[in-house]
Design a protein around this ligand. Structure first.
Ligand SMILES: Cc1cc2nc3c(=O)[nH]c(=O)nc-3n(C[C@H](O)[C@H](O)[C@H](O)COP(=O)(O)OP(=O)(O)OC[C@H]3O[C@@H](n4cnc5c(N)ncnc54)[C@H](O)[C@@H]3O)c2cc1C
Length: 410
């Protein structure tokens, strides 16, 4: 069986590794000169920055991605964060993430326990947002701010833009898999290990190879056109989201076209800092609910010092993009950093913004359209089609697992 994969991002590479292991003849086409998409390293002044991700794997060594890496034999060491996360309160005090309940009155603590266990069991069927869901039960400023900080860091969305249903699935997964981790060597450690597996199983990965067209015949994807060449396929897996994929062929399914054209990506800004001293002091997430724009920060060199030159620390902040005025948003982020680390010395290494064709997530969480398309043997993987409750790359792994189940690969 010949599988053609469009895009060598994490989704395409995970699918490729699973398929080569299952004996498929795999050919991956990537339009850029490098593989890994938004999950690979970007060497800069001796630091290992990244093309997208903050070098974090949301559920660490126990999550769906770690599980899939093990299945395909990818040799990646994931250092679990310790602590998982902390929260900076309005008065600058730092508390452990799981102690957030202690900030609520006793009555609200009891209510939170009851509401959470009920709602995790009976997820809302309506389109209620996570913010409105919180508001329905609690009128509490701290909870609203924490919800925004968490959703901003983990999904690059405001809580008002995340369906409560999806957030409760995410909470389920947090209970199940626990907290985050950092791959030793950064994002590239994951994507390079996967490409190694694919190549060692005779799969081929071509860079600078833009897929221009998918040829459909009798409702089946029969071949793709790449750099003017025609490549036959028994199955086509696309890592570029539903909408971009649909532009490569003519679909007569108007309902599908309508549905996928309404999906919005999530947008964000990452600010990379270098400092001689630790700014955070641990490898977990530093949630900043009271900052104007920054949702959270990590200091990945506390897990893997090799991500910075000797004696330096790599600190990265993330903020969801609130307005279209990029310059104003960046300035607010920089101001936040000054206020979060008063009197501390650091240099701004790089500021990266993510939107449109290079977003934080191709489909914002809770708005995915599954992995199937109207074409029987054409599937979507990647963060344009994450699995339920899957944060970022965990969602990418869950989506790949769904596709493998569809085509009978374990
Ligand atoms: C600022 C930021 C921070 C993030 N932080 C984290 C984090 O810490 N942890 C986490 O889990 N996730 C994080 N993410 C999200 C994570 O990076 C993405 O979800 C993941 O990398 C998406 O992988 P993908 O395979 O879906 O897409 P991509 O990486 O975009 O891969 C798709 C590939 O397809 C190629 N392509 C496009 N069109 C064509 C074509 N026509 N022909 C051939 N190739 C094509 C593209 O060039 C690209 O390489 C972050 C993202 C951003 C932007």
């Amino acid at each position: 069986m010949k599988a053609v994969i469009i895009g060598a991002g994490l989704g395409g590479l995970l699918a490729g590794a699973k398929l080569t292991k299952a004996g498929y003849d795999v050919e991956i086409f990537e339009r850029l000169p490098f593989i890994g998409g938004r999950f690979t390293n970007l060497p800069y002044k001796g630091f290992k920055l990244s093309t997208g991700a903050l070098h974090m794997i949301p559920h660490g060594s126990r999550g769906p991605l770690a599980q899939m890496l093990k299945e395909v034999g990818a040799n990646v060491t994931i250092i679990d964060s310790n602590p998982i996360a902390v929260i900076r309160k309005e008065n600058n005090e730092i508390i452990a993430f799981h102690d957030f309940r202690n900030e609520l009155s006793l009555t609200k603590q009891v209510k939170l326990g009851t509401v959470l266990s009920y709602s995790r069991k009976f997820k809302p069927r309506s389109e209620i947002s996570f913010r409105d869901w919180v508001l329905k039960y609690f009128d509490d400023e701290f909870l609203f701010k924490l919800a925004d900080s968490f959703c901003g860091w983990a999904l690059s969305l405001k809580a008002k833009d995340v369906p409560a249903r999806e957030m409760l699935e995410i909470i389920d997964n947090m209970y199940l898999y626990k907290g985050s981790g950092i791959p030793l060597g950064g994002c590239s450690a994951v994507t390079d290990a996967l490409s190694g597996i694919i190549r060692s199983n005779d799969g081929r990965i071509h860079t600078q190879s833009n897929v221009e067209r998918i040829i459909i015949d009798n409702d089946m994807a029969k071949r793709v056109i790449v750099n003017k060449k025609t490549i036959d396929a028994d199955i086509v897996i696309s890592d570029i989201g539903h909408f971009e994929t649909s532009r490569l062929y003519e679909s007569e399914d108007l309902e599908y076209s309508d549905k996928i054209s309404n999906v919005k990506p999530s947008k964000g800004i990452k600010i990379c800092l270098s400092s001689d001293e630790q700014l955070i002091g641990h490898s977990g997430v530093f949630f900043t609910p009271y900052a104007q724009r920054i949702n959270g920060i990590n200091e990945v060199t506390n897990a893997d010092p090799s991500l910075a030159p000797p004696g330096k620390h790599l600190v990265m902040s993330h903020q969801t993009l609130i307005s279209d005025d990029l310059e104003a948003e960046i300035n607010l982020g920089l101001l936040d950093l000054q206020q979060l680390f008063p009197g501390k010395e650091y240099d701004v290494l790089l500021i990266q913004s993510y939107s449109n064709g290079w977003p934080v997530n191709r489909a914002s969480s809770g708005n995915d359209n599954g992995n199937r398309t109207p074409v029987e043997n054409l599937y979507i993987v990647g963060d344009g089609a994450k699995g339920k409750g899957g944060i970022e790359v965990e969602g990418v792994a869950l989506g790949v697992r769904n596709v493998m189940a569809e085509i009978g690969v374990s």
